[in-house]
Design a protein around this ligand. Sequence first.
Ligand code: ATP
Length: 300
Amino acid sequence: MIQLYIPLNFFGVIYREIKQNLTDLDKMFTLMDREREVADAPGAEPLVLSHGSSPALRFEDVHFAYEADRPILRGVSFEIPAGKTVAVVGPSGAGKSTLARLLFRFYDIQQGRITIAGQALQSVTQASVREALGIVPQDTVLFNDTVAYNIAYGRPGATQQEVEQAARAAHIHDFIASTPKGYDTMVGERGLKLSGGEKQRVAIARTLLKNPPILVFDEATSALDSANERAIQAELRSVARGKTTLVIAHRLSTVVDAHQILVMDGGRIVERGTHAELLAAGGRYAQMWALQQNSGQKPV
Ligand code: ATP
């Protein structure tokens, strides 16, 4: 998997960081040349959320294409009730990660509506939307800076104590403490290289520190060893408790506990329900589940 380390002062780093984690890197670099950022509507107001509670999130008949003649989403509708978790599964290219990119409003949709707490994304400021969202991406970008900086990036200005608390909750504190320089250890291309699991834990710690009302987990496609994976899943579950959460899942084991599972194929939701309901229905999900049981934990 490609790892990317970018200097801190790189222009537009925040925007790119999120985007890089949501899309294939090669594709993105080609895109960046010709892409303009989606602009705020004239007079757009910040998203209004009631303090301390997570909002409901809705996709209403969303149609979307990256390129005019190639529809990617063909009328996608679903709701994540406030504080609940919805997981999306389906074959590669079905459009799962596209849902997350649209939620961050990296692109505007061609038809339909995406709303957070009843407010259409296109009518509120992008900055306020991104403020409300936290992502634990497939492949976390680390800066050439200290571990402490990399965690505090979730909330600039966080104290050392808060950083440590987040690291403990993400179960990365002991590892950090075992390095000679602890939280001052440099990571990135000129520093300590972290494993996939360690990087994900840094991302979880960042997200814990940011404490956003809406979470997106874009599950890693590259398999971690199963003990590590189980531990990370448990940590993700505890971060997600009570928050409106969208899980882009590549392994079915991750989605069993979701309040609702959406099965996507060819840009449409072809099945939806809980794990038990979908197994009982004996359709696509049940087939995928049976296949995965037979072949170990193969990505879907
Ligand atoms: P995977 O499980 O492999 O991550 P996915 O279901 O998340 O797949 P998406 O990443 O949403 O799929 O992609 C859906 C389709 O959109 C794919 O055919 C993909 O090639 C195409 N696509 C994704 N990003 C872009 C882009 N930036 N420009 C053009 N097409 C894109």
